[in-house]
Design a protein around this ligand. Structure first.
Ligand code: SAM
Length: 293
């Protein structure tokens, strides 16, 4: 037996569940599922099935449903249970509750009522994908699912295009091709990326390459299963001295050398000292020119 009954204080226990392989559940998650007074799930059948796989008895306990469309009344019911001193375990269909899954409004309502909110952390497709993608993980930005509409999707990508971080996106396999098209248009075809599919499952696959490579490779396939797209940080932009001088000239017409250097350094993502020295050189040349005239 992998679980044990434990005494749980009244409160909401957000329990992460596997994203594929059932044995990825943590022992503590099983203890909480075995011990909570009330079980609540986005998909009650999936939770019962998971508990059955791990031999966690449901006994006389109820499993309530709570999903994205559950309203105030459902939350009030769960809050009343906690207020009456009961422990409530909540699991979304797979992975970590609230990561592109329900649970946020519920956890916020419990916190607002000064109830205990805690978690049994565990699997999440975003973290599993980052682990495998081969892109930097020191800074990452989780975008979840973008809009299915191309225009809205493109503006969302534009907004974060130059953020110096790895981007993580969830997408349905049916829309991956359209998403890759928009990403190539907004971020450039050269940006490195990885498509992570069916993680922890039998047909797990990671396809690595540039956004353009992925778009071309995947155009010939009918993708199935669950997908996470990981995109590496922006590539350094090649800046010529001429580009910087033109920008500095504009800035120097209205501002100080220091301000012009700061603005141009930010614009071209170069060290401020480099822009400052170039601005000084330009000013000196300008003064020499005026002196000679
Ligand atoms: N709460 C979950 C988590 O923590 O990752 C995410 C739930 S969201 C509704 C479902 C999306 O997560 C899928 O469409 C896919 O993008 C991603 N996903 C879930 N399981 C996956 C897996 N095994 N492999 C790849 N992506 C997965």
């Amino acid at each position: 037996m992998n679980h044990q009954k434990v005494a749980l204080a009244a409160g909401l226990y957000l329990v992460a569940t596997p994203i594929g392989t059932a044995r990825d559940i943590t022992l503590r998650a099983l203890d909480i599922l075995a011990s909570a007074d009330l079980l609540v799930a986005e998909d009650t059948r999936s939770l019962k099935h998971l508990m059955a796989i791990h031999g966690v008895p449901l006994g006389e306990r109820q499993v309530w449903s709570y999903h994205d469309h559950s309203g105030e009344a459902s939350r009030a019911g769960i809050l009343a249970e906690i207020a009456a001193g009961r422990s409530v375990a909540y699991a979304s269909e797979a992975g970590t509750p609230m990561v592109s899954d329900p649970g946020f409004d519920l956890a916020r309502a419990v916190t607002a009522a000064e109830g205990l909110v805690t978690t049994a952390p565990g699997p999440s497709a975003a973290i599993a994908a980052l682990t495998l993608a081969g892109q930097p993980t020191d800074r990452f930005l989780f975008l979840g699912f973008l809009s299915p509409k191309s225009q809205a999707r493109r503006s969302a990508v534009q907004e974060v295009g130059r953020v110096p971080a790895t981007l993580v996106l969830y997408e349905s396999p049916k829309r991956i091709q359209a998403l890759l098209g928009d990403l190539c248009a907004e971020l450039g075809e050269a940006r490195p990326a990885a498509l992570c599919r069916e993680l922890t499952k039998r047909f797990e696959e990671v396809v690595r390459g540039s956004l353009g490579d992925l778009r071309d490779q995947l155009a010939e396939r009918t993708l199935k299963g669950e997908c996470v797209l990981v995109i590496g940080p922006p590539l350094p932009v090649e800046v010529t001295e001429e580009d910087m001088m033109m920008a500095l000239q504009q800035e120097l017409a209205t501002g100080t050398v220091r301000d012009a250097a700061a603005a141009v350094a930010a614009q071209f993502d170069v060290p401020r000292k480099q822009a400052y020295q170039l601005a000084l050189k330009m000013q000196a040349a300008l003064k020499d020119g005026e002196g000679a005239a």
